[in-house]
Design a protein around this ligand. Structure first.
Ligand code: NOJ
Length: 488
């Protein structure tokens, strides 16, 4: 379970602006509540990861209050300051929303650097005191028993020291940019990993901030040799990939190719910034079938799957009327960009008011489809997205090959489906995904009597002995393998 930031914060960026790294925002309860959550989760064998925002603090963090108070304050250098060049901003670096990343601070007349909102000043990781303070904070959470961290914008922690101007394309490409992906980040991540390795069983996943269409090679580079930096790195290429077996095949095979030896893959199709999987892929038709296909892909690829809350019932982005937009990006950039609230709407538990999320009116409107799309109704509905996820998760538990097996793509051009094989010494199974709205005949499978269908996303297919040639229904996703007695 990964919690996005729950720390004390003025919530300018929904918690990614932290004013106290060792306190819980009252909106999310108290430290006692957090301790209890951890305890209860652990007693159910659920691990808990928290978001770690190392790149910036809130302007309200006492470190920044002190830093901005005078140019000679001991904390001044904890942030990135510059007097400006010839009365102008220090350079042309931009925030992620295209405005200057420098803000002149009235108190001293100097500029400070902020990769995101001005209320989120970037820390100066070149100062060893910053590293010491942040690592102590990390130790605090590790001692408490958290199982790992999702490192916010891990690739942005260092900026080039000379503050060289970026090329004009810095917002859309990573080539020759100076305010992210700097060599010092790798050294820092190595030190972070050494710290983590002192606590058995803890994990790190880095968010690697890159413009569309993603960059799996860059993301993988932050895993070092696979053992000495991040355990996993999010690559968002699949989110930006078009809906086609061929495009997915190309993106996936590149992803596995660039992964360092010993590095462990991870996959994500939706998140709190980029929205929900079912809305990424063109054609708003057949959303439910596509949601099931993606679930099969996510849970049968070699790597750790990340499921964004609500995806397990096929929740969709919701249009948020302008007056109800909370996300500051949405308010700032409307109508060109309506913000990230669309994928942050309340979880749809049942068909009662506010989808059973809360008796009070929630902070964002519930999606209009909540009467059909909710946990309670899908739980009892054979073939729903939810039961599909459940069956796949069960299968993943029962078949270690789906967790540990190697992966090999058996892709044929223009076939319209994706086929891959997962193998361990003892077992082999095959996954076929039909991305097209037409029936597809699958070739390349060992067609013998021992083959059985473990699971299909289409109710029309009976589980049990497979019949050949295998013809996939439109958008069908199927897991097949050899019959086994021990389910191992
Ligand atoms: C990436 C987070 O995912 C996003 O939600 C946040 O706004 C920025 N980092 C800044 O922390």
């Amino acid at each position: 379970m990964w919690l996005s930031p729950i720390y004390a914060s003025p919530l300018v960026d929904e918690g990614y602006d932290i004013s106290d790294y060792t306190a819980i925002h009252p909106r999310y309860g108290t430290m006692e509540d957090f301790n209890r959550l951890l305890e209860e989760a652990h007693s159910r064998n659920i691990r808990v990861m928290i978001d770690l925002v190392l790149n910036h603090t809130s302007v309200l963090h006492p470190w920044f209050t002190e830093a901005r108070s005078s140019t000679t304050h001991a904390r001044r250098d904890w942030y990135i300051w510059h007097p400006g060049r010839k009365g102008r901003k220090p350079n042309n670096w931009l925030t992620n929303f295209g405005r200057s990343a420098w803000k002149r601070d009235e108190a001293t007349g100097e500029y400070y650097y902020h990769s995101f909102f001005p209320e989120q000043p970037d820390l100066n990781w070149r100062n060893p005191e910053v590293k010491k303070a942040m690592f102590n904070m990390v130790k605090y959470w590790l001692a408490k028993g958290v199982d790992g961290f999702r490192l916010d914008v891990a690739n942005m922690l260092f900026k080039e020291e000379g503050l060289t101007n970026n090329p004009a394309w810095a917002l859309v490409s990573d080539r020759n940019v100076y305010n992210r992906n700097q060599p010092e980040v790798y050294e820092l991540l190595r030190a972070f990993r050494r710290l983590l390795d002192r606590y058995p069983g803890r994990v790190s996943i880095g968010e690697i901030y890159v413009p569309p269409p993603g960059n799996s090679r860059l993301a993988a580079s932050f895993m070092g040799n696979g053992q000495d930096m991040l355990h996993m790195a999010f690559d968002f290429t699949l989110i930006f990939t078009r809906w086609s077996a061929c495009a997915f095949y190309q993106a996936l095979s590149k992803y596995y190719r660039v992964l360092p030896g010993g590095g462990w893959p991870c996959f994500v199709f939706s998140n709190h910034d980029l929205g929900r999987a079912v809305n990424h892929y063109l054609f708003p038709i057949d959303k439910e079938k596509k949601a099931k296909l993606l679930a099969t892909l996510l849970l049968t690829l070699r790597g750790t799957p990340f499921i964004y809350y609500g995806d397990e019932i096929g929740m969709c982005n919701r249009h948020i009327p302008r007056s109800r937009i909370r996300d500051r990006y949405g308010r700032l950039l409307y109508p060109f960009y309506t913000g990230r609230d669309k994928a942050r709407t309340p979880m749809q538990w049942d068909n009662t008011s506010h989808a059973g999320f809360s008796p009070a009116s929630p902070w964002l409107p519930v999606h209009r489809n909540y009467r059909q799309c909710n946990v309670a109704s899908q739980q009892v509905q054979e073939g729903s997205v939810f039961t599909h996820y459940r069956k796949l998760l069960q299968l993943r538990r029962e078949l270690p090959v789906l967790q540990q097996g190697t992966i090999r793509f058996l892709y044929k051009r223009q076939a319209g489906y994706l086929l891959y094989e997962r193998t361990t010494d003892e077992k082999c199974c095959w996954i076929a995904l039909n991305f097209s709205p037409f029936v597809r005949k699958v070739t390349g499978l060992p067609e013998n009597e021992a083959m059985v269908v473990y699971h299909s996303s289409d109710n029309r297919r009976m589980c049990g002995r497979a019949t050949f040639p295998l013809r996939l229904f439109p958008y069908e996703a199927v897991v097949i393998g050899k019959e086994r007695t021990d389910r191992k």
